[in-house]
Write a protein that binds this ligand. Sequence first.
Ligand code: SF4
Length: 554
Amino acid sequence: MAATAAASAAASLACRHDGHHSIFPSFSVHPPEPSRLFLSKALPKPYPFLCDNYPIAASSHRCMLPLTPHAALVDPSHAFLSADEDKPRDECGVVGIIGDPDAAQLCSLALHALQHRGQEGAGIVSSDGSSLHSATGLGLVSEVFSDPGTLAPLVGEASIGHVRYSTAGAASSLANVQPFVAGYRFGKLAVAHNGNLVNYRNLRSALESKGSIFNSSSDTEVILHLIATSSSRPLLARIVEACEALEGAYSLVFLTANKLFAVRDPHGFRPLVMGRRRPTGAIVFASETCALDLINAAFVREVNPGEVVVVDSRDMSITSLCLMPSKSRKACVFEHVYFALPNSVVFGHPVHSSRYSFGAALARESPAPSADIVIPVPDSGFFAALGFAEASGLPFRQGLIRSHYVGRTFIEPDKEGRNLAVKLKLAPVRGILEGKSVVVVDDSIVRGTTSSKIVQLIKTAGGAREVHMRIASPPIVGSCYYGVDTPSSEELISNRMDVEGVRQEIGCESLAFLSLESLRGVFADEAHMFCDACFTRDYPVPPRNQEIEQLVEV
Ligand code: SF4
């Protein structure tokens, strides 16, 4: 009876959690096993406890988390650059798998599928039911796990994984490569995080003043310290308590000896989906559905904003709880503009379809009737260019070829280096471009440095007569504080000048951006559930680190 009541309480909680739709249509909340009744005792009565704000219990004990791996700095005076250097960069992708004997191997494959979300480091932590095993490294997934001997020690039926970018200016450091593994009073815990905490600095400063010692410069470590210093039990309550102190964006996966937790912040800035693998029935969490596809996992549903899903490897029971009161959903629209792979379904919308619609809307509002052909800036401009071409009736051509073999180019991160990186990555097809008036469709313009090089390439090496740039998103005027590495506002070209100024700077015959109204129009009545702050400066969660930084400096 108690188990049934707890299950129905959880289901009812789930239904209260999101008033927009029935959120668990194909997902059953398993009744807790007797051994898991601690949840019923500690948490369901406290479902209001879970969903109400409450103060973090004061902790006076000193906390020093032994994070692995330890710092191993590489030379920060060089940088890997590519033609994508002038794009916002998503800082991470996460994966979690539980209930499969090949968990770590599958995790590495899923990380391959998420490689576009982070190329600076990768790591996997597995659990064999009693211990955690970790392997992390700098570089691509294929580099970190090229030696089968690296994966071999990652035994067990559960694992979490991570790919990352560093923030701008941060040195490449093994200490910052996730998942982090930490020991606390009741065992070991691993975490992988996609997102960015806007109150990281004041949380860290408060923890340091109580004696916490940090091993990395990552905001994710703050989460581990909050969990370790919590006086709540069980671990789920500690995680909930820690997350209630966080502000900003976080899609998280945690791994203990026998449980996997998936958590998404109350606004749902960054994506996190759940799938079930055939034929083992393993549960998979991943930043994008493309990772599910690669390992034969069927999409089940999103982890909902403000939700924590717990899977217990001992009986594969699944529990879903409300992390905190639901806030307005603010999914990152830039996932659809640029970050996510076009074969992914993100926030319930196929990415290729959104991009096609952006391009088609752009053609309707800013046509280029005198042009001869439409070409994309590969790869991210492809579907928008297709939409533009079909809506405008102009022929679609592949006028720029992207080299997929250059990878990251080890060159000095100065202006000349950036120019070379663009030339190495993109080659014009003269036979297509020569003498033509060309519509060039790109997904976005950040600093404008890459766009001007592309225009130059198409005109000089390609021989095009005219270049009409069409950008399938509005002008970027604000930095992102929710897990996307964008330059400072001063560096954003559309923050410094109007459209005509940008046109002159990049040297094309005409330039047009997709309007904000058209961008929102693609998502129709769901538009208010997307964050578009980098186009509007309308930040759903106010950035606070800068103010704190200034205070510290004073
Ligand atoms: Fe995404 Fe822009 Fe919002 Fe950042 S500010 S979460 S990049 S839409």
